[in-house]
Write a protein that binds this ligand. Structure first.
Ligand code: NAD
Length: 487
């Protein structure tokens, strides 16, 4: 692993120290020990990166998409070669067990491969015309400097998710790394240089959302902003970016419903409910954090689900199911939300606190927590917690399940478990969600599938999938006229 106690910005292919020489502390979520310091960048630092990206843009955008794709494939190959180093870094920075970190790197590589190969498929359309002799076609053109802002929950996947479509379309990039996962962004930046990406095409700014991330949102040279993070920040970005007519793509929060019908395969339903609620310690925008169960099987499902949740192992070893949450503030927020739910009638069926195991005492752990008895309007029933906490709600029938599923402001993912195809399709058609899964978890998509949410989960864009190209490129319609009298 690259050993840098201080993680600087990466601008124009080299380290760049923050102008104020201010640094943020980054702690190991498992041990609570200081891991490193990351540049606490100012708006002026961000501007340096924007200028570098702007200067690199003409050269990068002039390359053919096929050539850009070849360079991106060189990055993919290095990611494969260094996948162990990448996974180790993620495991330490986020506290996720090693198999999860490895899986995430694999997902990021798939994402990268998919968009690198788009270099040979950056197709337009050929169009018919009402004018004799006139021919038209569309082409995709890059937008300029892309400001990419990411969270820490799946850091290398988040980086790949935005970087590769932005680059294949011919944009240059300033990435605002998460303050909770600074090193992986730095390692990735170095790797792009080693793979031959020209200096200035990919830059990284470390630091806090305000001022470092906000500087990207406010700068007129940043023509496309892609943000993954909380809905509150997303709203601000939509306002500020919208005022200057930047293209803004928002991937925001979720409070995703998981429905269990009375004809479901209960073992499968429990298996997927556990993964949906607790994988990555519940720090997933797509986490299944509300489980809606037909009343006929409510108690049977609940008892199986609680038994399984109690058997999950916390820690950072390969035998563990989930690690800590990302930082102490987040651990405290989650436990406070659980405490508040008790005052609203919530009954904690398991978990509810940090674990008592002394080996985990210094880490930011929260036990897998299941709560029942809350009204659908209670805070924990409708607000995102971003931790291993799930609420259980009995429902009378499918219409009742749909009503509850659609009762929050979010609309990211949803799942239903049933053996009845009529029920499954009725629900999937009507649920307010960008992703609807049948007999699966509330998981996102594969690299070639569009992902994004209805309502407060986004602003209507979809990344990844071919739809991501619409975020990162402009369409131009070119027409030409041939004179038939010249023949
Ligand atoms: P966050 O909104 O606090 O921060 C996300 C990123 O935005 C960080 O890099 C942060 O520094 C930056 N930021 C914060 N304020 C900013 C501002 N004013 N201007 C510019 N940048 C700013 O979110 P978080 O707590 O780090 O991440 C968890 C959230 O992300 C959850 O709501 C989760 O649902 C969401 N998320 C969504 C998806 C998705 O695809 N829909 C995926 C993962 C996470």
């Amino acid at each position: 692993m690259v050993n840098v106690a201080r993680i600087p910005n990466w601008i124009n292919g080299q380290n760049s120290l923050p102008e104020s020489n201010a640094w943020l502390d980054k702690f190991n979520p498992h041990s609570g020990e200081l891991l490193c310091h990351a540049a606490d960048s100012s708006a002026a630092d961000a501007k340096l990166a924007i200028v570098a990206a702007s200067n690199a843009f003409p050269g990068w955008s002039e390359l053919t998409p096929v050539k850009r794709g070849q360079i991106l494939f060189d990055i993919v190959n290095l990611m494969k070669q260094r996948s162990g180093e990448l996974a180790e870094c993620i495991a330490v920075e986020t506290g996720k067990p090693p198999q999860d970190a490895k899986g995430e790197v694999g997902g990021a590589i798939l994402q990268a491969e998919y968009f690198a190969s788009e270099g040979m498929r950056l197709y337009g359309r050929s169009l018919s015309s009402g004018t004799p002799g006139k021919y038209s076609h569309t082409i995709r053109q890059p937008r300029g400097v892309a400001g990419l802002i990411v969270p820490a929950n799946t850091p290398i996947a988040n980086i790949a998710w935005k970087t590769f479509p932005a680059l294949i379309c011919g944009n240059s990039v300033v990435m605002k790394a998460s303050e909770d996962s600074p090193r992986i962004a730095y390692i990735f930046a170095q790797l792009t240089k080693d793979a031959g990406l020209p200096d200035g095409v990919f830059n990284v700014i470390q630091g806090r959302g305000q001022p470092a991330g906000a500087a990207l949102v406010e700068d007129p040279q940043v023509t496309v902003i892609s943000f993954t993070g909380s809905t509150g920040v997303g709203r601000w970005i939509a306002e500020v970016g919208g005022r200057r007519l930047a293209r803004v793509s928002l991937e925001l929060g979720g409070k995703n419903p998981f429905v269990v019908c009375d004809d479901a395969d209960l073992d499968q339903a429990v298996h997927w409910a556990i993964l949906s609620a607790f994988s990555n310690a519940g720090q997933r925008c797509a986490a299944g954090s509300r489980i809606l169960v037909f009343k006929e099987i409510y108690e049977e499902f609940r008892d199986l689900f609680v038994t399984k949740a109690k058997s999950l192992k916390l820690g950072v070893d390969a035998v563990c199911d989930l690690g800590p949450v990302i930082n102490k503030r987040q651990q405290q927020n989650i436990i406070a939300a659980i405490e508040k739910s008790k005052t609203e009638g919530g009954r904690v069926l398991c978990g509810g606190t940090a674990p008592s195991d002394p080996k985990l005492a210094k880490g930011y752990y929260v036990q897998p927590t299941i709560i029942e008895g809350l009204q659908p309007s209670a805070a924990l029933s409708c607000e995102e917690v971003f931790g291993p906490v799930v609420t259980l709600h009995p429902v009378d029938n499918l219409a009742d399940a749909l009503r509850l599923a659609n009762s929050t402001e979010y609309g990211l993912t949803a799942a239903i478990h049933t053996r009845n195809v009529d029920r499954a399709m009725w629900f999937a058609q009507r649920v307010k969600a960008g992703v609807a899964n049948i007999n699966l978890g509330t998981f996102g998509s594969e690299p070639h599938m569009p992902f994004g949410g209805f309502g407060a989960s986004g602003n209507g864009t979809r990344e990844p999938g071919i739809e991501a190209l619409d975020v990162y490129s402009e369409l131009k319609n070119i027409s030409f006229f041939t004179r038939s009298n010249m023949i």
